[in-house]
Design a protein around this ligand. Structure first.
Ligand code: NOJ
Length: 730
């Protein structure tokens, strides 16, 4: 018998011995009493009324909970112990959106591996990550937790995270189960308001929102979490089509499906169910195995079985999925965690990994006249200012339950350290928070700037402004930050801005006033050291945007892989309203697809990011130019570092399928490679693309690759590149 047959027979054997109450107990995931074990909890575990617990992090408490479950309950079934380990446990890595800006699956896998080791050292065996919701709306606070707007990039990076959390063997002491969330479509919440309704036509669902989940299933993800949102009238938590037809039947997924927090009970609030008994039925019938927080299953599933509306076989299938994950985690053999199996949390090598991830996550968006990098000798002549220059908490970002602020390296500390401890750096916080609406602090800032040669501002958003339920209707720099930029720009001195934020910001009002701009997201524990090294040129920026930056909030949603429409905007047809008022002919107004008070392009496109050097792309070759279904083509380009310093570049491959049974995006990312070149060095980057990778869901929801003509680009962003052509012939 192989391992999986062995597990299945163990599951069968256990289920045969379980009472209905013990079965629904396994389907129940409750929240902990955080460091306590009240009598009621102890009794519930002994009676087999609990399958898992979340939010307990104390090793001794977890140990005792597992002891009670395995030694004092009738069947001795161990507990799942879950926690949101989203971008680190003690050592905090960049927020997931920042990690995505590295375009570096190796680093992302390493970050998740370290997070798993730190979390597992306490007895946690399950994380609720990665989130792989496609996020096209930066108003949505949870974009911070996403891997951006692109299905391919999200899928590749989510799979890397899953490998990191789960390791090569899920039953190893330092592996934890990952969770692909939120299935599905949560990122499309209307207007970027969290928890809101989504309207996603099935074709778009299959072509845009589901591919990362399919990639997660292919990567062996141990669990999937349902979304809070309503999708086409049926909340995801009761959505049989998603949970049963697609996830189980089409994809053959055999892991665990968990609801989101209270989401089964909230089926009442959605107006899908009249009461918690109905809610339990809808979720169980749709295929949710485990209920997080609310307890409608425990209270009502036995009644449904007694009434004959749910069969015992249906309940057993849910229970089997829970038990399967426990067996795969090796919990029956080893429910306890031994501290000596783990390296110390936040050790030097973990912090070094966090540093490297932060370094590669930061994106250089503007650098007029090579203001950056700064030289070390300039440091005493700088005015370092802003609410985020020296805030060890805010740089960590959202979802850092267990993060340790005391470990944080702030930019101010790192810049001071670069001056060998000489404490002559000129610094002013200026604003208490990024949301401050008064001009208090401005006079001092202007004074300090006047005495300095260059201005270095740390602006953006505190961590509270992004994350779950933390959405914004206006995504400009909050508070008086725009005004601060305007005031300081009047001095005519080089103005360098580092933004930390959980989302793209709409920077149209300030971008012309800024000479150099680094987008640092929320970089985590090692923010300061990474930022200082980039500012000082000890390393060159290499991050690329995993999401489009709109010029103004009103452009949202704006994303690179849009449809062409019947009347696409072009440089020839675009005309700004102000030009018309100045008397320009009204030839095109209203004729193509754009807002006439803002350009039709974004401020910064997906895939964009500058370096301290330049890369020249030459000699695109596409071979052969015609292929048949089932074959592959090779696309190559020569890339040369024409600048003065060594740097890394993320080379991107895009494709356009010109004509389809359903309309196809104007560009789709199909591959990327991170290369590193010395000054003057060149290399040939090669991509292979099979016709299967060009498949999409057609109007009958069948996945097909259609013969026809394609454009292909190799470039340094979604907006540039060398273009070639090829065809698939029937
Ligand atoms: C609600 C969030 O939507 C989900 O992502 C998270 O894992 C759970 N709460 C548990 O904290």
């Amino acid at each position: 018998m192989n391992r999986s047959q062995h597990i299945e027979s163990k599951i069968r054997e256990l289920i045969d011995h379980m009472s209905i109450d013990e079965k629904v107990g396994q389907l129940t995931l409750i929240t902990s009493a955080e460091g306590q074990i009240p009598d009621s909890l102890r009794e519930d575990i002994i009676a087999g009324r609990i399958g898992g617990i979340l939010n307990e992090t104390q090793r001794e408490v977890i140990h005792e909970l597992q002891r009670i479950a395995t030694e004092e309950s009738r069947l001795g079934i161990p507990l799942l112990v879950g926690r949101d380990v989203i971008h680190g446990f003690k050592t905090i890595f960049p927020i997931p959106l920042g990690q995505a800006a590295t375009w570096n699956p190796t680093l992302i896998e390493q970050a998740a591996r370290i997070s798993a080791q730190e979390a597992a050292s306490t007895g946690i065996n399950w994380t609720f990550a990665p989130m792989m919701d496609i996020a096209r709306d930066p108003r949505w606070g949870r974009i911070a937790e996403s891997l951006g707007e692109d299905p391919y990039l999200t899928g590749v990076l989510a799979a890397a995270m899953i490998r990191g959390f789960q390791g090569t063997d899920l039953s190893a002491p330092d592996s934890i189960a990952a969770c692909a969330k939120h299935f599905a479509g949560y990122g499309a919440s209307e207007s970027g308001r969290d928890y809101n309704t989504t309207n996603i036509p099935e074709n778009e669902l299959r072509n845009v929102y589901l591919p990362p989940f399919k990639a997660a299933v292919n990567a062996g993800v141990a669990s999937v979490m349902t979304s809070f949102s309503d999708i086409d009238g049926v909340p995801a938590t009761a959505n049989e089509k998603l949970l049963r037809h697609i996830l189980r039947d089409e994809w053959q997924y055999d892991g665990l499906v968990v609801s989101d927090w209270d989401a089964i009970y909230q089926l009442i609030e959605h107006g899908l169910c009249a009461n918690s008994k109905e809610a339990a039925y809808e979720a169980a019938n749709a295929g949710v195995d485990m209920e997080m927080f609310s307890q409608t299953y425990r209270e009502h599933l036995p009644e449904w079985v007694a009434e004959g509306k749910l069969s015992m076989a249906q309940i057993d299938a849910l229970v089997a999925n829970v038990l399967r994950m426990k067996f795969r985690l090796g919990l029956f053999d080893q429910p306890y965690t031994r501290a000596e199996d783990f390296p110390p949390v936040a050790n030097a090598s973990f912090r070094q990994a966090a540093y490297q991830t932060a370094l590669e996550s930061i994106v250089l968006l503007k650098n007029e006249n090579h203001v950056l990098p700064l030289s070390k000798t300039e440091l005493p002549t700088l005015a370092v200012m802003g609410p985020l220059a020296d805030d060890g908490y805010e740089q960590l970002g959202t979802w850092i339950f267990d993060g340790d602020t005391a470990l944080s390296q702030t930019p101010l500390q790192a810049l001071r350290a670069a001056m060998n401890g000489e404490n002559s750096l000129r610094y002013a916080r200026v604003m208490e928070t990024t949301r401050q609406n008064t001009r208090e602090g401005f006079a001092g800032a202007i004074q300090l700037a006047k005495q300095s040669e260059k201005i270095l501002l740390f602006l953006g958003e505190e961590s509270i402004l992004s994350g779950e339920a933390h959405c914004r209707a206006d995504i400009r720099l909050p508070g008086n930050q725009e005004e601060l930029i305007h005031e300081l720009a009047k001095l005519g001195k080089p103005l360098i801005v580092v933004i930390m934020a959980g989302r793209p910001l709409a920077l149209q009002n300030v971008i012309d006033k800024i000479d150099a701009l680094l987008m640092a997201w929320h970089p985590g524990t090692m923010a300061g050291t990474a930022i200082a090294d980039l500012l000082l040129g000890n390393a060159a920026p290499s991050g690329k945007l995993p999401v489009t930056f709109p010029r103004v909030t009103g452009q949202i949603p704006i994303y690179y892989n849009q449809k062409n429409t019947g009347r696409p905007a072009t440089p020839e047809t675009y005309i700004h309203i102000d030009e018309i008022e100045r008397g320009a002919p009204q030839v095109s107004l209203g004729n193509t697809s754009y807002h006439f008070d803002v350009h039709y392009t974004p401020l910064f496109p997906f895939g964009f990011g500058l370096s301290y050097t330049q890369f020249e792309y030459r000699h695109l070759q596409v071979n052969p130019s015609e292929i048949k279904l089932g074959e592959s083509i090779t696309i190559r380009a020569n890339i040369r570092n024409t600048g003065e310093r060594e740097a890394a570049e993320i080379v991107q491959l895009y494709v356009r399928d010109l004509v389809g049974n359903v309309t196809r995006p104007v560009k789709e990312l199909k591959g990327f490679q991170k290369i590193r070149l010395q000054p003057g060095e060149q290399t040939t980057v090669t991509f292979n693309l099979s016709t299967d990778e060009l498949a999409f869901y057609n109007r009958n929801m069948v996945r097909v690759t259609e013969p026809g003509d394609f454009h292909v680009w190799i470039g340094s962003s979604s907006a540039t590149g060398l273009r070639g052509e090829f065809a698939i012939i029937p």
